[in-house]
Design a binder for this molecule. Sequence first.
Ligand code: ADP
Length: 166
Amino acid sequence: MKIDVLQGDITKLDVDAIVNAANSSLLGGGGVDGAIHRVAGPELLAECRTLGGCPTGEARITGGYRLKARHVIHTVGPIFRGGSQGEAALLASCYKSSLKLAVENGLHSVAFPNISTGVYGYPKEEAAQIAVKAVQDFLATADSLHVIFCCFDDENLRLYRSMLGL
Ligand code: ADP
């Protein structure tokens, strides 16, 4: 089991799977979702169209097409509405569902963006605590996985580094 933190553009990573913070249509959007589709190319959208969407907290896997990553795991984070609408459990479920799919597909290296902390408005510190705990809990049962937290902004980088002691 291994966890790393880095800062940068998740679309550049050479890993078995990058995770996409998608919306429930799986048909593309802004932020990291837009960046992933731009780099992966139209074949990714074509495969996503066959999936029929994805509920919040769940995950779906596709090919990576023109990305360096072999696969994209699309997960739908919760929109933050104050914290009393089950957001924390849904966000934890995004990380767990994504890692479960990775294991089921024989993948070893998985990179996550900071799900829900962009336009979905999740407070970054709470989101980072949930992400770290969900991944650590999962890794206790799957020791061949290498998880990378790919932070985009300085605040997330600082939070993940301090929570993981890196
Ligand atoms: P959400 O709708 O789940 O909030 P966003 O894409 O708006 O999704 O933001 C999720 C996180 O992804 C934010 O922390 C944002 O800064 C980050 N992000 C945006 N573009 C990229 C990228 N190319 N690589 C990695 N992270 C990114």
